[in-house]
Design a protein. Structure first.
Ligand code: ZN
Length: 147
């Protein structure tokens, strides 16, 4: 029997892996952002699933994403839920439209809340999860990174 208290508590609730999303999460172990592409209609889609939402095709390939895009819309959560969900501070949840044309939900970091705006260029950054995966977040794109 052990009375040891865990010393490492995850800072946030970690996302489950939904069916069809395994390759997405595997790539995050190496901080790589990949998107599912439908081989029938040659279009990317998101969120990951086993059937193309555009044409119902089931042949899917995972391809690297640029990791850059713009803020499509966002909300500032000023009254955050308990720390497990939010790290206890106000934060921004944004819908980011990637250069590939798909939209991902993610937190915006590295930017004052009040400076976040629609159309802001962002690039992906990563937060380590306790199981070796990484959570994609977005930060403002700096000019030197905007190539
Ligand atoms: Zn398709």
């Amino acid at each position: 029997m052990s009375t040891k208290v865990p010393t490492e508590t995850p800072l946030r609730m970690e996302p489950p892996i939904s069916p069809g999303a395994e390759p997405f999460w595997e790539a995050t172990r190496e901080c790589r952002l990949v998107l599912p592409w439908c081989l029938a209609c040659e279009r990317p889609f998101f969120y990951p699933r086993e059937v193309c939402p555009l044409c119902l095709g089931t042949a899917i390939a995972w391809r690297p994403a640029t990791g850059t895009g713009v803020v499509y819309s966002f909300t500032i959560e000023n009254r955050p839920p308990p720390a497990a969900f939010s790290m206890g501070k106000p934060y921004v949840v944004a819908l980011v439209e990637l250069d590939e044309g798909v939209r991902l939900m993610g937190n915006i970091v590295g930017c004052p809340l009040e400076k976040t705006e629609v159309g802001m260029p962002v690039s992906v950054t990563w937060e380590a999860l306790s199981d070796g995966r990484h959570l994609p977040l977005f930060e403002p794109r700096r000019e030197e990174n905007a190539l």
